[in-house]
Ligand binder design. Structure first.
Ligand SMILES: Cc1cc2nc3c(=O)[nH]c(=O)nc-3n(C[C@H](O)[C@H](O)[C@H](O)COP(=O)(O)OP(=O)(O)OC[C@H]3O[C@@H](n4cnc5c(N)ncnc54)[C@H](O)[C@@H]3O)c2cc1C
Length: 486
């Protein structure tokens, strides 16, 4: 049995940000997640925008948190060496009706104290983004909207939290929370019993099921699916800003942006579902992305698409951020973090710690906290001199495993020996981009599996793609010239 002070359920953007924030204090923290890896569910499949909060509901907790989170992001990406691009966003209009909608958005931005949002002319926008619809007559410029590597954002915080003493228990699905005399006693997973004084529910889409375990669920969470296209980096129609459509009353609409790695991302859709595991993409919705994005950037070339994916927003009904202690002593709930959770996670972590303190949790500052984390040196981004130095230090940096993204064996080995190491093919892909290029892992996957197996000392056929049971190899097949994995 494990004993701790605080259990955080969920290792997505919200759970890991809270874990890192709590690692600044002298308190024992365990993060549990049912998945093989940190990175969450919604947190790994989204638009990757760090928003300023200009279009959040005025006067809401979400707005206050989003605004302060944007400032925290500037500091955090430096401390943790997370790829981040403050590219700015534009919202173009092609007729007077749309210009009128922009006036309301501009007014809300000022109510939200985002004073750097500006109204610009059609010419200015076309100078900024020459591929924009030539009918653009004007629009908004939101200069501090930014794009992040959303997966490394979570990984980096988890690694730093682990370096500062937080324990991560992955592949542990929370099945129950034991309550005695109205007080949290233990978190029961399918593998462990964790005795704890406090439990923080950061389970995203499943936070209603966790709240139910302590009888505190007066809401439901439904998935709102968002599908995306990713285009090849070399597509000829390039953009440099986040390009937002004019939102509708029900959706922010489908945007275009250049990801932190230089691919064009188009989407997302907004589809209300019942099934919390449905990550499928559909021809009909993808066709809708194509139509809508071409209204913004007519020359965007969808024949350069290299993949599609879908993420599920945790849509709380009734909506709104709900963050605080419940009636059960020791239970702290977080729900309603739907469409801005990457952006808001840093502010949420500060808010949660303050609420814990106000609720009587003794949190003594740990001044030995180390806020820094070094990124894995990226061979593809290194100068010739840096490449020579890497190879001198470790000849594995001379062996390119993923040819599309130039990822070396040295980088993969380093990732596998980090504080919260990946164990799956997708864990490597998301940290290093091996398998994210044009061939989508066709060449490098078998080699990556061999390296994972060798470094973690496990049989290759036990290496999963992403979730438990998603194995790729079935066993050994005897062939001429020796045994081969099949
Ligand atoms: C299409 C789309 C586009 C988006 N775009 C943006 C954007 O550009 N910017 C932005 O800021 N936000 C965006 N979001 C929203 C953002 O992705 C989410 O708000 C955020 O990721 C929620 O983070 P989380 O940590 O709460 O949840 P998650 O990332 O879902 O993490 C929850 C974790 O809890 C774990 N868990 C659940 N149940 C259990 C259990 N019983 N036991 C153990 N573990 C459990 C899960 O495995 C998961 O790892 C978008 C979302 C989508 C889907």
């Amino acid at each position: 049995m494990i004993h701790t002070d605080i259990v955080i359920i969920g290792a997505g953007a919200v759970g890991t940000a809270i874990a890192r924030e709590l690692s600044k204090y002298k308190v024992d923290v365990v993060v549990v997640d049912k998945r093989d890896d940190v990175g969450g569910d919604a947190s790994k499949s989204n638009s990757s925008i760090i928003c300023t909060g200009y279009d959040c509901p005025p006067g809401s907790l979400e707005t206050a948190i989003c605004r302060s989170s944007r400032m925290l992001a500037d500091q955090t990406v430096k401390e943790l060496e997370i790829p981040f691009n403050v590219c700015g966003a534009i919202m173009p209009a092609i007729n007077e009706e749309q210009m009128n909608i922009l006036k309301d958005i501009y007014d809300d931005a000022y109510k939200n104290e985002i004073f750097d949002v500006d109204v610009v002319s059609g010419k200015q926008l076309l100078d900024m983004e020459p591929e924009l619809n030539p009918e653009t007559i004007g629009g908004l410029y939101i200069p501090r909207e930014a794009v992040i590597d959303n997966f490394l954002f979570v990984v980096a915080q988890a690694e730093n939290a682990a370096e500062n003493g937080v324990q991560f228990l992955l592949r542990n699905e929370v099945k129950d929370i034991q309550v005695e005399n109205g007080k949290v006693k233990a978190v029961i997973t399918d593998k462990e019993t964790i005795q704890t004084k406090y439990v923080i529910n950061a389970a995203g889409l499943f936070c209603d099921a966790i709240a139910e375990m302590v009888g505190e669920c007066d809401f439901v969470v439904k998935p709102r699916k968002g599908q995306f296209f990713i285009l090849d980096k070399n597509t000829n129609c390039q953009i440099n800003h986040i390009i937002y459509p004019i939102p509708t009353p029900t959706s922010r609409g489908k945007l275009l942006l250049k990801t932190i790695h230089g691919n064009i991302l188009c989407g997302p859709t907004a589809e209300d579902l019942e099934d919390k595991e449905d990550h499928s993409v559909t021809a009909e919705e993808l066709a809708g992305i194509e139509t809508d994005c071409k209204k913004l950037v007519p020359n965007i070339n969808f024949s350069d698409a290299i993949t599609q994916f879908a993420g599920l927003r945790p849509n709380r009904i009734p909506a709104g951020f709900h963050i605080g202690f419940g009636k059960t002593e020791g239970y702290f709930g977080i729900s309603g973090v739907r469409s801005t959770g990457i952006s808001c996670s840093l502010g949420i972590s500060r808010y949660v710690v303050k609420k814990l303190q106000e609720g009587g949790v003794k949190l003594e500052r740990n001044f030995d906290f180390n806020p820094y984390r070094k990124a894995i040196p990226r061979f593809s981004e290194a100068t010739d001199e840096e490449r020579d130095a890497l190879i001198q230090k470790d000849p594995k940096y001379a062996r390119v495993i993923c040819r599309c993204e130039t990822v070396t064996e040295g980088e993969i080995v380093e990732a596998l020996h980090r504080p919260v190491p990946p164990t799956t093919l997708d864990g490597i892909k998301r940290r290093l981009r091996a398998g994210m290029g044009r061939c989508q892992g066709g060449f490098c996957s078998p080699k990556v599996i061999d390296i994972i197996a060798r470094e973690l000392n496990v049989p290759p056929e036990s290496v999963d793609k992403n979730v438990p049971g998603s194995y790729i190899l079935t066993g050994i097949s005897r062939q001429e010239g020796g045994d081969h994995h099949a």
